[in-house]
Ligand binder design. Sequence first.
Ligand SMILES: N[C@@H](CCC(=O)N[C@@H](CS)C(=O)NCC(=O)O)C(=O)O
Length: 206
Amino acid sequence: MLRIWGRITSVNVQKVVWSADEMGLAYERIDAGGAFGITQSPEYKAMNPNSLVPVIEDDGFVLWESNAIARYLAAKHAARGLWPEDPKLRADVDRWMDWQATTFTPAMRDAFWQLVRTPADKRDAAALAKSLADSEKAAAILDGHLEGRAFVAGDAFTLADVVNGCAAHRWLLLPCEKAPRPNIERWYASLKARPASGQVTSLALS
Ligand SMILES: N[C@@H](CCC(=O)N[C@@H](CS)C(=O)NCC(=O)O)C(=O)O
């Protein structure tokens, strides 16, 4: 059976779990990382020398990097809707997946850590302010892109919605003032209505 290592509070683990749930896959998720440890053990490092989550093991095949895992699962299970075969459509999905991993989530990392995982008296105000400003820029780009569109890439739900949905979940729940983003909110509400998103969209931030 497919095994997924990683705590569900990790946005990168969330992307894999939501992808697997969209495909209706059976899997076992093993808590690892953060307070669960495990990632520094020699056995885990043999799977992922970065000591990060998630990692999957599928019939002896080991893979890390959350977006690569989501694409592998879609390819293996012929989930063509989630990762289309048409080169242009696929490139569009890949582009927005890369954007999530390189721009949207990194922008909000400090804000998330400062507001959710750091006591108020120990926060770094400058890091928080910069991260909030960067996040607003990214949110404005996504909101503008979603104007008149139901989904991030193409006309149907894809992996680009899954990974950006995980990032948006984190952004929308961050306890801070944000500019109104009506297109993100409409799109995110439609993702939240999908049964397969439940493990992620029902989570409180921690
Ligand atoms: N690019 C990697 C990043 C993985 C990553 O940064 N994972 C974080 C959690 S989101 C992690 O393992 N942090 C250390 C820990 O949880 O112990 C991916 O997308 O899988």
